[in-house]
Design a protein around this ligand. Structure first.
Ligand SMILES: [Ca+2]
Ligand SMILES: [Ca+2]
Length: 137
C-alpha cells in the first residue's frame, strides 16, 4: 500500500514533467482541493503540513532500511523545503494561502525547482532502495 501511494506521488510528479517538458504543472502534484481539507477556500499551514506529512510518512516507510545516507536526510529536507514554499506563497502573511496566492505558487519558479529535486532525489533513492530490499530478503 505504502509503495503504491508513493508511486502515485512520484508518478504524478513525473507525469507532470513528461506531459510538458519545460513546464510541468505543479497543480497536478499539489491539488488545491485535496489540500484544502476543510474546503474553506484557503490553505492553512496545518493543511499544508498534513498534506505533506501524509506523503512524507509514505516516503519514510519506503526508505526504511535504505542504506543510502541520503534516505535519512531527504525527509527533513523535503519537509522544510515544502513548508518554505507555502510560507513564501503567503504573500499577505495572514497564515493562509488563498487561491490567488496558490496560483502564484504553482505558476512560480520555486515550486518547479522543488519538484525537479523531488523527482530526481526520490526516484534515485527508490531505485536504490529496490535493490537494497532484494538484498535484505
Ligand atoms: Ca482550508
Ligand atoms: Ca495569505
Amino acid at each position: 500500500m505504502a509503495r503504491a501511494a508513493l508511486f502515485t506521488l512520484a508518478a504524478a510528479v513525473l507525469l507532470a514533467g513528461a506531459m510538458a517538458q519545460e513546464a510541468p504543472d505543479p497543480r497536478d502534484a499539489l491539488p488545491f482541493d485535496e489540500m484544502d481539507a476543510d474546503s474553506n477556500g484557503v490553505l492553512s499551514s496545518d493543511e499544508v503540513k498534513a498534506f505533506f506529512l501524509k506523503h512524507i510518512t509514505t516516503l519514510k516507510e519506503m526508505l526504511k532500511g535504505n542504506a543510502n545516507p541520503k534516505a535519512q536526510t531527504i525527509i527533513p529536507l523535503l519537509e522544510s523545503e515544502a513548508l518554505k514554499l507555502f510560507t513564501d506563497a503567503d504573500l499577505n502573511s495572514d497564515g493562509d494561502v488563498d487561491k490567488t496566492e496558490y496560483e502564484g505558487l504553482v505558476t512560480g519558479d520555486a515550486v518547479k525547482s522543488f519538484m525537479k529535486v523531488v523527482e530526481k532525489e526520490v526516484m534515485a533513492l527508490m531505485m536504490d532502495g529496490m535493490g537494497e530490499a532484494h538484498d535484505e530478503m
